[in-house]
Design a protein around this ligand. Structure first.
Ligand code: SAM
Length: 468
């Protein structure tokens, strides 16, 4: 059975598999690549992704190495292909723009249904995109949001702290949009484990019916059926058993509005009042308690809550239910913006930072000068490996230290010799965001120790005899 492309995408793109199209730096589009249908005299390109950077028939993105740059199609798709064949035209570019609108309306599988975007897309055939293999990080950035999601800076830290590793069994609730699920599958995946080893698996719970169905469909499409067991359930009332049996979880992640309502179900023994839980296996108060946790390990948990009031209630429940080593962390993610700045003219026009040309004439004169030098530089014969990387080595060392990495008022530097390549002119400045704007959530971590039985003591004594 084909392994999930998230775990092993292979060297090249393939049909009926997920690819992430990178349209621009932060603009990612998940697409299932389809083979051309062959329904149009063998000339149809089949499905097409229309973007503001051009039209990209799936056929041009199939069986290429991951990471390839794909140029926008210079021809149109579907019916246009048939017309070309009939006419024997060899200039594929000819009248592409004029014909594009009509042909796109006829095209059987145009991904973008916004007609304005489609018109623009086909008119501009000069663009390109990159086709990337699916990873949890790219999926998090591009997935269809049905809820708030857990982002990479949070989940990478969480998975590390709850010790999710190949072979771990992890409980997650609620599944939401599946951002955390994908990252946790990769963390616990251990292929085909040797005899006696457990298979890494995620047991995920979601009580919202549509979200549950959508997620089920996505997991199948991503080849994760055998790796995630998704259950449609309200875990506050129903707990975490699967058909009355324990998943045997080593790690737990709760992204729920009221984690303290779910915590009693995550006990090793039936919780005492005031916790009021039915015996989760059967709903029968007298039946034997079945814990969803691995009895042979200390279990690590993280709860994810946006408000401090939720944190205090969660911590209180954890303390009373025997969890120890409780602590709280907030991940404060800070973006750094790096650019070059010159005295007199900052060419970094985007973001509106300190554009200090005195007037338009000065700016134009300076840009013209730079353009001339750029051309001269490009025309110069190159010695050895004098490329951008080696040129970088010649530049003055960038400023270091705290002031330099967050410096809104960097002191001016002398102009460099005019021989410097234009893109290396000016001083390298790195600015951090002045304040962290995005609070995601508070992460509460805790451990529920393993309960040692006499048999465990005897086994440990046999394995590690005293004095030897
Ligand atoms: N961690 C998810 C992700 O990264 O995409 C996002 C989770 S979302 C913020 C919270 C989810 O918990 C929602 O989809 C909601 O339907 C679900 N939920 C809330 N209460 C629940 C309950 N009692 N049992 C199961 N799921 C619940």
């Amino acid at each position: 059975k084909a392994i999930s492309p998230f775990l092993d995408p292979g060297p090249r793109t393939r049909a009926n598999s997920l690819a992430i199209l990178q349209l621009s730096r932060d603009n990612l589009l998940p697409v299932y690549l389809q083979s051309p249908t062959g329904n149009h005299d063998g000339y149809a390109e089949g499905a097409v992704v229309n973007t503001r950077y051009g039209s990209f028939p799936h056929s041009t993105m199939l069986n290429v190495p991951w990471g390839s740059q794909i140029r926008a199609s210079k021809v149109d798709t579907g019916s246009r292909g048939r017309k070309r064949k009939r006419e024997g035209a060899d200039d594929a570019c000819r009248d592409a723009t004029a014909a594009s609108e009509k042909d796109n309306e006829e095209s059987p599988a145009v991904a973008n249904e916004d007609s304005t975007a489609v018109k623009k897309a086909v008119a501009d055939t000069s663009g390109f995109i990159h086709v990337l293999p699916p990873t949890p990080e790219l999926w998090t950035t591009s997935l269809p949001h049905r809820t708030q999601v857990v982002y990479t800076p949070d989940y990478s830290y969480i998975l590390h702290r709850i010790r999710a590793r190949p072979g771990s069994v992890l409980i997650e609730a609620g599944a939401g949009s599946g951002s955390f699920t994908h990252a946790s599958v990769r963390a616990v995946y251990n292929g085909y484990p040797a005899e006696g080893q457990r298979k890494g698996k995620v047991f995920s719970f979601e009580f919202h019916e549509q979200r549950y169905h959508k997620m089920k469909e996505e997991l199948s499409g991503h080849g994760m059926d055998g790796l995630v067991h998704l259950t449609h359930r309200d875990v506050y009332n129903g707990g975490f058993l699967i058909d009355g049996n324990s998943p045997g979880a080593d790690a737990v992640f709760l992204d729920l509005p009221a984690p303290w309502e779910a915590l009693p179900h995550l006990s090793r023994r039936k919780p005492q009042p005031p916790f009021d839980v039915k015996t989760a296996a059967s709903g029968d108060a007298e039946a034997e308690w079945v814990s969803p946790l691995n009895p042979k390990k200390s279990v690590h948990i993280c709860t994810f809550s946006p408000c401090i009031e939720q944190v205090t209630r969660t911590v209180s429940a954890m303390r009373r239910l025997g969890w120890v080593d409780i602590d709280m962390v907030e991940i404060a993610n800070r973006k750094l913006h790096t650019s070059r700045e010159r005295v007199g003219l900052n060419l970094n026009f985007d973001r509106g930072v300190n554009n200090s040309a005195r007037d338009v004439d000065e700016a134009i004169a300076r840009l013209t000068e730079i353009e001339c030098r750029f051309r001269e530089h490009a025309a110069k014969p190159r010695d050895g490996d004098e490329d951008m990387d080696s040129a970088d080595e010649d530049e003055p060392a960038p400023p270091t230290g705290r002031g330099a990495t967050n410096n809104d008022e960097a002191p001016p530097v002398a102009e460099e010799a005019s021989e410097t390549a234009p893109w290396l002119e000016g001083r390298l400045i790195t600015r951090g965001e002045p304040e962290i704007k995005t609070h995601t959530s508070y992460l509460v971590f805790a451990v529920l120790p393993m309960e040692w039985t006499e048999a465990d003591e005897a086994a440990a004594a046999a394995k590690y005899p005293l004095g030897k």
